[in-house]
Design a protein around this ligand. Sequence first.
Ligand SMILES: Cc1ncc(COP(=O)(O)O)c(C=O)c1O
Length: 413
Amino acid sequence: MSDLAVLQGKYDEAKAKNLALDMTRGKPGSEQLDLSLPMLDLVTSSDYKTIAGGDSRNYGGLDGIPEAKELFKEFLETESTNEVIVGGNSSLTLMHDTIARCISHGNSSSSTAWGKLEKVKFLCPSPGYDRHFSICEHFGIEMVPVDMIEGGPDMDQIEALVAADDSIKGIWVVPKYGNPTGTSVSDEVVDRLAKMSTAAADFRIFWDNAYTVHHLSDDVDVIKNLFAECKSAGNPDRVFVFGSTSKITFAGSGISGIGASESNINWMKGHLSMSTIGPDKINQVRHMRFFKNFAGLQDHMKKHAALIKPKFDIVISILEAQLGGKSLASWTNPKGGYFISLDTNNGCAKRVVQLASDAGVKLTAAGATFPYKNDPKDRNIRLAPTLPSVEEIKLAMEVVCLCVELADAEKNA
Ligand SMILES: Cc1ncc(COP(=O)(O)O)c(C=O)c1O
């Protein structure tokens, strides 16, 4: 029997198991969410004030309660609490709204609304986070893909592009344990981003530090502080740093924050005051009582690591056992975050995702990690191991690996 026929036979057997497994989105598992349940009892009908005695029930405090600003100062690595806004439940909303404001009004470096310009472009290191790309598409921002290489986005490409084209107004970067690669940027990338010359004075880096404390073990990635480097390079307004507790406490009911220069923060507050009289301070009080301080938050992350490290380990060990040494695929082995990135041989990713889906294993759509959902080499697949159980991941990964072998054999038949 040919290799293809053998693989097809194995695949048919897997299909007959009628699996229903889902590795599509980076959601915390329910046991991770359980870790934060005690937080729900920390604000009661008789105990809801901030440390300074502020009434968390009422309007006000546009940029967050003081103790939450202290926490986010450390979390986002700003120098002062004047460089922080603590908002509502979603950092993605902060990113979306920041771009919307630039489009309607320009930003603190130029009052020319991006929406009045003939063309606005964003650099999109790829593979990257699909929702960043959706925001660009939503606002008609042209996406310019940039390769991800060792150490992060290709800085040679970026420097050449931003220096030459003033319609390039921004770049997305997930600097630590990135979505989907799980890798972190090098110090050199941080230095060059801070120092590079940009043709657009109102150029902004959207530094989405979504996974900054999401280590899988004590072996952690440490990245250089871009905000500090931008200040030293004389470009303090260049960067907006984003983060949230979505994958620390409750995804959907966490608190989010933005760190930036005081002039960016004042610009932001001016706009924010048009859309809200203040954030959900009760939730901020709840979070602060739960963590107490940044060290408390970091301790809490160790409990997450204990739950999800075995899930990452099983993915890696099955990839190694089934695909290792076969020249069929390569994959990342991250020290943190929520994703493992699997690269098949060129032209196979769509077929793998289709085969897996037909066998009852849902994966993120192939191409989703690229601008316009177009992976030019059709090879990247994002694996999200946090939601399913270890046993489910084992079953799912065996199918995924089989599909990689089958898709490759089909292509070469
Ligand atoms: C890179 C990245 N940024 C932002 C988010 C969403 O964050 P939030 O829940 O704070 O909106 C995610 C969620 O998967 C993500 O992977």
